[in-house]
Design a protein around this ligand. Structure first.
Ligand code: ACO
Length: 423
């Protein structure tokens, strides 16, 4: 039997019955009862703002799939570039499609010299790399005539290639600038993660990369590539819905990611672990969180209320990386925090588990990245997810410019008070 929901407006006695599909019913049901009646839903906790065929997430059961493929299989068997293709095209590529995709992305990695010499050089010497990255994404669009041709599928594809290919170049450039090192040009003979790491770390002509670190970087890119309607992706869709170009929309998404409750969380985790300082201080720190003095960063998730499947993969990746780099001294504090929190009723009752950010910062730090780069590392692969959602948005006939309503709680109309009469 088809599932339905019946809503009655007690003011009028009017009733409407609508189908429930996939756990969702259309808000048009409310509109049909009374077009001036709205649902109050701060932070969109109970609102599905779009239909999407990209990422499936079941928070209660810890399931994450891109286009139907379990994240565990993709992390083990795929590469970030293949996953980016999958997210954008809906299917895994054939060998020929992958080869063309790889060639095309690889040949769009260079950025205009003015981006580096004039734009980036204008930043203050200690500018945060994520602030630079956000601005550089928006600025990048001004270099391409076709950026605004969002209705032309060919131009759209070209901008997508550019954004996916150039984000590692921009990220590395922001880092090199922030530490005063000369910029490394992309090396198109390398894999996507190896090219990024080479642009980050190469000094002189030599750069030798351990394959374990190359694979770890790729796995981290895969795990961060998409996560359905999170804050950043929603920003991408909201700004994209005004028909803004994809560079400006991606800059908005990256700005959302910058916040410590979203992509900035792994930076906050490492700062928190440093502040805790030693295993002995863990119980007191947990108590302070329970007393409401701050949060246990890297714990909790709006959707995952059981475990975050990405956290499980990342924990294993951390051990692989530490085999090469040596153990991050903060690991013991992190493990103790996890152990104590997972046994504490405060965290159990609120269904707070380690999320993807709890261990990713430790890996990044062991690989040599400064904490300021962590959110940038998240933004590189997430660009593929943002663009997949942007593309889906543009081809969805049910979408319009985003424009939620509000519940006005301010004063009623009143007359202007002259200065002399104000108290
Ligand atoms: N530490 C301590 N308490 C927490 C934490 C935490 N990390 N997260 C949630 N809580 C508590 C809240 O205080 C609240 O308690 P209460 O009911 O007694 O008031 C309860 O758990 C529910 O919290 P909400 O804020 O309502 O949960 P929400 O779903 O809105 O928040 C969020 C999700 C923002 C991720 C939150 O868990 C948090 O701030 N975590 C720390 C930051 C973090 O790790 N962010 C990364 C998220 S993953 C990502 O963006 C890639």
């Amino acid at each position: 039997m088809a599932e339905t929901i019946t809503i009655t407006d007690d003011r009028t006695g009017q009733t409407v019955t609508v189908p429930i599909e996939g756990g969702v019913f259309p808000a048009s049901a409310i509109r049909s009862l009374d077009p001036s009646l709205f649902v109050y839903d701060p932070a969109y906790m109970q609102t599905a703002s779009c239909k999407s065929a990209i990422t499936y997430l079941d928070g209660d059961n810890g399931i994450l799939r891109y286009r139907g493929y379990p994240i565990e299989q993709l992390a083990e068997k795929s590469t970030f570039l293949e996953v980016a293709y999958l997210l954008l095209h809906g299917e895994l590529p054939t060998a020929e499609q992958l080869s063309v995709w790889h060639h095309d992305v690889t040949h769009h990695t260079f950025i205009h010299e003015n981006m580096r010499k004039r734009f980036v050089d204008g930043f203050h010497y200690d500018a945060h790399p994520m602030g630079m990255f956000v601005s550089a994404l928006a600025a990048l669009g001004t270099f391409y005539d076709g950026a605004k041709d969002i209705d032309d599928p060919e131009s759209r594809h070209r901008q997508i290639l550019r954004l996916i290919a150039k984000t590692p170049t921009i990220a590395a450039m922001c880092y090199r600038f922030s530490v005063g090192l000369p910029f490394n040009y992309p090396n198109n003979d390398l894999s996507f993660p190896a090219n990024f790491l080479s642009m980050m770390w190469k000094v002189g002509d030599e750069y030798v990369l351990d394959p374990v670190l190359e694979k770890a970087m790729d796995v981290l890119f895969i795990l961060h590539a998409d996560h359905e309607q999170n804050c950043g992706t929603t920003a991408m869709r909201v700004v994209g819905s005004s028909n803004a170009d994809p560079y400006s929309s991606a800059a908005a998404a990256a700005s959302a990611l910058y916040g410590p409750l979203h992509g900035g969380a792994n930076e906050a985790v490492v700062r928190m672990l440093n502040d805790i300082g030693s295993i002995d201080n863990v119980p007191a720190f947990i108590q302070s969180v329970k007393d409401g003095q701050g949060r246990l960063m890297g714990f909790g998730h709006r959707v995952y209320k059981n475990y975050d499947p990405r956290a499980t993969i990342i924990k294993q990746t951390a051990y692989d990386v530490f085999e090469v780099t040596g153990k991050n001294p903060l690991l013991d504090i992190a493990l103790k925090l996890e152990e104590v929190a997972l046994q504490d009723p405060y965290f159990i009752d609120r269904k707070l588990y380690p999320n993807v950010d709890f261990y990713s910062g430790l890996i990044y730090q062991a690989m040599g990245f400064p904490v300021e780069m962590f959110t940038v590392l998240f933004a590189i692969p997430r660009t593929a997810g943002w663009l997949a959602h942007w593309q889906e948005l543009l081809s969805d006939n049910e979408q319009k410019i985003s424009r939620p309503r509000q519940w006005y709680v301010g004063p009623e109309t009143r007359d202007y008070v002259p200065m002399s009469s104000r108290v």
